[in-house]
Design a protein around this ligand. Structure first.
Ligand code: HEM
Length: 394
């Protein structure tokens, strides 16, 4: 549903209308089937936590995003992205090593180094740049490469594949070709890491393959998911946040000037709430009847969660249209999902955003937009909301 002209951050008017009518509503999907659209904050939390609400994209009634996603699901093995219960927990444990608080803390200097290097190059190149190309995209890409053990030199390949994969206009054939190419690349890398392991997630998965606990095909598909989920999301958040903060100098100053890590992370959470970048809706299918908000969701019904509507619920987040980096409950936003499938990279994303935004505003205090907001291209059609480019000068 298209957003209103001049309101690039607000959920689409049609979604807000549906949300005003009630927390869950019936909608029709692109397959001309009924599904439930969840716009209520409390109802979303309850349903994400319900064990009979499944992220099972092989279920015949799963409400797929589009034909491309449906086609891919039909040939995909089971991974952490489409399993539940003990099977999901087992997959998730195999990739959990880099996300312990200690390991994440030890990544801070590396993240700072990547941000500083990008800014050095940007500042040396003149007094204007496309901030998406110069900073927003390379920083999370470098970080996900470090984490997975993927050579950064290959970034053009997987950035292109992620862009195609996340574009909701991509046809089923294109999506299949695209994913197969990326899978082949990662399969080769897994083979290399099986022979000569390093300190990275692909090597961790290679170890599970050697132990007979994971199939190479499953590992490759999980790596594809991590590559995409790990850089495109954070990159989009950086671009959108810089744009929004340049228009709100008081909020920008709070981020720039604070030495309080808690406030800085709270500011990131508020931006994540405000942007709600997974804007195409998280998908589930129910396997048992559920009573909620005076309705019965029947076994086999599809559910689509609109995170933007839930994150802009004025009862939970008063004056939701305002960015308030000191908002006391910003961390309760739903942009990282909730329940068993919540974002495994959320703490890493928070750290990346905090370091990138604060360093940028401290090192480039004269930063300003080099265009007007109406000329900026928003990724309306992509599965993750963001900016294609952000012209800035200083
Ligand atoms: C601002 C940045 C990010 C946002 C907004 C975001 C958002 C989300 C959301 C909404 C989900 C839940 C999907 C669902 O329930 O259907 C999710 C899951 C996931 N995210 Fe993130 N993400 C971000 C960054 C990252 C990063 C940096 C990584 C990797 C390093 C990552 C890896 C994952 C993975 C692997 C899952 C699947 C978890 C599971 O199914 O158990 N994400 N993310």
């Amino acid at each position: 549903m298209p957003r209103e002209a001049g309101c690039p951050f607000a959920p689409a008017p049609q979604v807000r209308e549906i949300a005003a009518a009630g927390p869950i509503s019936k909608v029709r999907t692109w397959e001309d089937r009924e599904a439930w659209l969840v716009t209520g904050y409390n109802e979303a939390r309850t349903l994400f936590a319900d064990p009979s609400v499944h992220l099972d994209n092989l279920h015949p009634d799963f409400p797929h995003t589009n034909a491309a996603m449906k086609g891919l699901a039909a040939v995909s093995p089971r991974t952490m992205f489409n399993t539940e219960g003990a099977e999901h927990a087992r997959f998730r444990r195999m990739v959990a090593k880099p996300f312990t608080p200690k390991r994440l803390d030890s990544m801070r200097p590396l993240i700072q180094k990547h941000v500083d290097q990008c800014l050095d190059i940007m500042l040396d190149s003149g007094n204007s740049a496309d901030l998406v190309k110069a900073l927003a995209l390379p920083v999370p890409t470098e970080v996900i490469c470090d984490l997975l053990g993927v050579p950064y030199e290959d970034h053009a390949l997987f950035q292109h594949h992620t862009e195609v994969g996340f574009d909701s206009n991509t046809s089923a054939e294109e999506a299949m070709q695209n994913t197969l190419q990326l899978l082949e690349y990662l399969n080769n890398l897994i083979a290399v890491k099986t022979e000569t392991p390093g300190e990275d997630m692909i090597s961790d998965m290679a170890e599970h393959i050697r132990a007979g606990e994971l199939q190479p095909w499953e590992a490759a598909l999980q790596a594809v998911g991590f590559l995409a989920a790990g850089h495109e999301t954070t990159a989009n958040m950086i671009g959108l946040s810089v744009l929004a903060l340049l228009e709100r100098p008081d909020q920008l100053a709070l981020i720039r000037d604070t030495d309080d890590q808690k406030l800085l992370i709270n500011a990131v959470d508020e931006l994540v709430r405000y942007m709600s970048i997974p804007h195409i809706g998280l998908r589930r299918v129910t396997v048992e009847d559920i009573e909620i908000a005076g309705e019965t969701i029947r076994a086999g019904d599809g559910i689509i969660f609109d995170l933007g509507a839930a994150n802009w619920n004025a009862e939970i987040f008063p004056e939701p249209e305002r960015i308030d980096v000191q908002r006391p409950n910003a961390a309760q936003n739903l942009s990282f999902g909730a329940g068993r499938h919540n974002c495994i990279g959320l703490q890493l994303a928070r750290i990346e955003l905090a370091i990138t935004l604060q360093t940028l505003f401290r090192r480039v205090p004269e930063l300003r937009l080099a265009t007007t907001i109406d000329k900026i291209k928003f990724k309306e059609e992509a599965m993750v909301y963001g900016l294609s480019g952000l012209p800035v000068e200083w």
